[in-house]
Ligand binder design. Sequence first.
Ligand SMILES: *[C@@H]1O[C@H](CO)[C@@H](O)[C@H](O)[C@H]1NC(C)=O
Ligand SMILES: *[C@@H]1O[C@H](CO)[C@@H](O)[C@H](O)[C@H]1NC(C)=O
Length: 464
Amino acid sequence: MTRRIYQSFIMGWRWPLILSVLAVLTGLYLSGTFSDPPTPPPLGDGWWGRGDRAKAPKADESIRKFSISISNDTINDLKTRLRNTRHFEGLEGTKFHYGVRPEYMQTVVKYWLNKYDFKAQEKYFNKYNHYRTNIEGLDIHFVHVKPTLKPGQKSKPLLISHGWPGSFYEFYKILPLLTDPVNNGGTAEDIFEVICPSIPGYGYSEASHKTGMTAHAVARIFGKLMSRLGHDRYYVQGGDWGSTITIIMGLLIPEHVKGLHINMIAAFTPIPQLIIGSYFPSLFLPAEEHHKVWPAIPKFFDMLLESGYLHIQLTKPDTIGHSLTDSPVGLAAYILEKFSTATNATWRDLEDGGLNDGWQIDDLLNNIMVYWMNGNMASAMRFYKENAQLFIDDINRCQVKVPSGVADFPGETMNQPETWARYRYINLLQYNSMPRGGHFAALEEPQLLAEDIRLFVRKVETIQ
Ligand SMILES: *[C@@H]1O[C@H](CO)[C@@H](O)[C@H](O)[C@H]1NC(C)=O
Ligand SMILES: *[C@@H]1O[C@H](CO)[C@@H](O)[C@H](O)[C@H]1NC(C)=O
């Protein structure tokens, strides 16, 4: 219905609209292509602590280990809120079409209250070591897994970045594959030392107290973290915002980045190709890539239907932040919608949004618990507003020169086809279309993603 309204509204204006959009965008695009790609901006520096920097106490820059604790107070408070949930009735005949179905949320609340084992999950959270260290005035959290090495064996450092609404928890299943490859389908040369930091305002990283915490700033902070850990040359990997951070690290500090691997590739879309290609697709892309961008109009409407959250978070994140910080069921529904549709868009047509078969409920709740325990959904959402400029920033036209690899999972709708990716990634060593999996690939398909990272890194190592 919503789609039909959008459609009839816009279709009435189709030709004038398309022609004027085409004219404006062609002009914009051409003015970009006639100039050389810009050089990346300077690295810069920042300080994001509370209050006046001159009066702030000297930061403790040591690396401090800590354990995650789910206290009884946290559990009791959460359970009280869950017991007091005000549920509502879903519409007859709808599945996940109006958002997360109320009847499905009742089953989540029941499980969370009665079956979710808080103490067992606390233990699981502490399966890997957690640390914090102060960078640019903020305590930055990271998971750090150092592999056990045989004499003479060397591991490769790898930083993996999460996005929204994910967290460091997304990497719990891929960590053993990367740090103990011999027992997990790899070879001795595939061994990594892995660092999974939390973006400021996410997980156990302190939120910025100042405006302007952009992906650029986070890329610099993560680079400083790697230097502090003694790594001069390393690999970077990421999806969602993590891919943006990863790419910006490749642009700002290429001397430190041996290679970057991403599972979401938001390059610039060449709009004239997109429009003209709606009629003559083979002018621009090989046949097997047509389905990734065309038919453009339904894909555009689908994007509109699924991106309401984006507009809220780009503009007024704190307003909805109050609800999501105060209500566990509200927080869970907001996050679960993404784990349904961003994994597989057809799951909107299922009673449970595909979540029962597609995911383990404990994994979904653990990721939600990371937000709940830290009360930081609002600061996490602010990352969109701080990065609004990115949509039009020149940095999007900077060419990525470090060796790059892309894993294109079929459920990931944001991806660019390889042909267009090559305009920007001039050293693209591999672009693999994955057999299955979606936006949260590390947690959903850890084996596939790990194998793609291994393949990529082996290629980089042979050319260096
Ligand atoms: C937390 O609750 C559990 C189970 O009710 C109890 O065994 C434990 O002693 C409590 N811990 C603290 C620190 O009060
Ligand atoms: C999405 O889910 C449907 C139904 O469960 C399945 O048939 C389809 O292959 C999935 N698509 C992707 C891209 O995984």
